[in-house]
Design a protein around this ligand. Sequence first.
Ligand SMILES: *Cc1c(COP(=O)(O)O)cnc(C)c1O
Length: 486
Amino acid sequence: MKKHIIFEYHKPGCGSFTRENGGIAEGGFEPREPEQFRRRSEPSLPEVSENEVVRHYTRLSTLNHHVDKDFYPLGSCTMKYNPKVNDALALREGFTALHPAQPDTDCQGSMELIHELGELLCRITGFPSVTLQPVAGSHGELTALFMIRACLEARGDARRQVVIPDSAHGTNPASIAFAGYDVVEVKSDEKGLVDLEHLKRVLGPQTAAFMITNPNTLGIYEPRIREITQLVHEAGGLCYMDGANLNALLGLVQPAKSGFDIMHINLHKTFSVPHGGGGPGAGPLVLSEELAPFRPGPVVVRDEQGFHWRKPEQSIGRVHMWHGNFGALVRAYVYIRRLGARGLRRVSENAILNANYVRHRLKDVYRLSYDSPTLHEVVFSARNQKKLGYKASHIAKRLLDFGLHAPTTYFPLIVPEALMIEPTESESRETLDRFCEAMLQIHHECEENNPLLDSAPNTTPVGRLNDVLAIKRADLCWPEESHGES
Ligand SMILES: *Cc1c(COP(=O)(O)O)cnc(C)c1O
């Protein structure tokens, strides 16, 4: 029988480790733990040899799809290759053995790294100030809204609304509501861009901020972004850029020059920190002089004696314990330093090239909802396939049979049957071709009503799950009573 979990390997007496004290003299050694700390009963752990443990977990590590296994074109998530040298350096003992409460004098090197990473992010984006404390893009959004509120209150002009385009990422309205603001939506026009006339109508004395991703979630760069930020400023609001799509802009555009006051950066997307499954990320904010006094603290400052922690004068307080996810900061620092300014520019150029290659190869079969030029990702609509009886989810699930991860589906919401593809710069032409050929073959299968589409995925460890129940009623418990008996 195929074994799925480590308990199924349990065989009494076959453990690789024993806590018995028998041996040298009769009765063995006296246990050293004080009586009150000793277990009253044995823990219910499986007895398995070390060899079997290693093989079991190695096999498990290949059951899920991941970016080290094959192509992962999950739009908006920037699943690029994460160079292993980032991990190797982040795991050096000088970093991992530091306690965050250690005196400044013991951690000058790590504080210098934080300081320098902040400066590099400012140079890349054009902003004068930074905080590295938020640990996700969405966390950066929320932190920024708290800072915007503090700033507007300091101006004596508290306001209630935050405006977002109808193509916004789900975290944007969520952060706005969580921060206690009202969400106001602005329409996209037929080109997939912000409808300026509608924007003018919704902006007003209650507008605290305007929040936008650029290039937007369709992968389209807003050509009138300066005009947009100017309109918001004239209405008395601040401009927030969701920087999740920075992979399209490195060395090409500095968002501060488009008139933004503050933006977050997803280090785990753009700067190759491993992510997925909710692991530790980093969502630093880069921002204007006006917002700098409100940053969460403490921040690293430098003087003649070295680096110190300081709390900004009007700080909104902490948004995370200690100094954010330091390991993620080290990885991003290494990545940026290794590539240098020219290398970063090539990242974006190649990310744009790869996405446009896929766009070009698939556009005759999968419909483009908007034909405006796109940058680092491309959004198709499976409308042609829907007419044949198959939805975006059929295509996504069938792709898994080819050993490829599915694109993002059903987002952005303004595209019916959306398939959002972001190949990233780190894929070869051969991989892109393999993906495009799989997509073309799947379309052909739709035309001939191939039953594999309804049963897909056919080759994965678990088959077609109920999308809703698989999350709401995940069965993750091993029944203890049957332990070792199956
Ligand atoms: C990923 C993403 C976010 C949220 O970032 P997290 O780090 O996942 O919290 C926000 N906006 C866009 C456009 C994104 O792609």
